[in-house]
Design a protein around this ligand. Sequence first.
Ligand SMILES: *Cc1c(COP(=O)(O)O)cnc(C)c1O
Length: 397
Amino acid sequence: MSGSALYETFARVPLTFDRGEGVWLITDKGERYLDFAAGIAVNSLGHSHPHLVAALTEQAAKLWHVSNLYEIPDQSRLAERLAEASFADKVFFTNSGAEALECAIKTARRYHYANGHPERFRTITFEGAFHGRTLATIAAGGQQKYLEGYGPKVDGFDQVPFDDIDAAEKAITAETAAILVEPLQGEGGIRSMPVQSLKRLRQLCDKHGLLLIFDEVQCGIGRTGKLFAHEWAGVAPDLMAIAKGIGGGFPMGACLATDEAAKGMTAGVHGTTFGGNPLAMAVGNAVLDVVLAEGFLEDVQRKALLMKQGLAAIADEFPEIIEGIRGSGLMLGLKCAAPNAKVNTALRNHKLLAVPAGDNVIRLLPPLTVTDAEIQEGFTRIRAGAKSLAEALTAAK
Ligand SMILES: *Cc1c(COP(=O)(O)O)cnc(C)c1O
């Protein structure tokens, strides 16, 4: 056996975190890191948020799991709250983002099946997309590096260039069931689908009888300063996948649907063992308690502006390292002029955690609870990282 007993699928950084407090992660050696990665937009309320800790520990002392064979009151309650706060009428809970997408794709296919059109099963997706790592979701994402070596790509996905709505229209055939899009791409490099394009996709779906599916696994649950990113565009989907932030670190996801879109999802056609279990539901409800509290999202918007302005100033100072700032809310990207892996390492050397993305971007995804002072501390570290990398690159010339 070479090295560890784990699959070698992750190239891990040699850092071990022992504790977390809010926006801070503390290593086994007692070093403190400012966490602007937040488990890739998962720790929406930071680490060890007292309300989440209380919700989970109280539930843990009461009941962990019963299966969806029985009523789970907190599951119904969380579904009602999500429906109340969104376009949706119905919710299916999962353990992950990929499973939420699988549910959305299956729901779209069953919708057409229920309408007497079983031949309509194909989904149109956009280049640079990321929808998860199951066989269907790698086919939906369409990225060659994730498809390689896994045999024939799962059928039923047609990809068009990013933000090319004319191409999306041309790709529609008698077999098309749905269009799937991230309103703001995460892994793809913090790329926003313009408001106008989201509106046109809605019109296309209405015109051709297709379901519009939004993947808000990364950009949802307050990340952009609205509960859901698509609210900025004033466009509602028929189906939506969420995960990451709704669990605040507890593994969970959900597929949200209108009554109409969910009409094919009758008893027995889909299922899950763990999805919606009492532990996850206790945490999901607790996350919503905080995110939906009066003024919380407005404060995210205010802090987002502060962050974007500060980062733009740093980009001006170090154009050889950072070309520009993109994204919205607390889902921001540093479009790098230097290789993003080098930038990421430089930031980590200054004890700030970020996440590389496609298109030579570094993602900054701080917990939504980050304070103004912590944002300023982040600027200090990003500036220091950029400066040291700029000096190293000059010295190497
Ligand atoms: C992370 C992510 C997924 C996949 O979620 P998993 O929980 O890893 O399965 C899907 N879509 C988007 C946009 C994501 O960011």
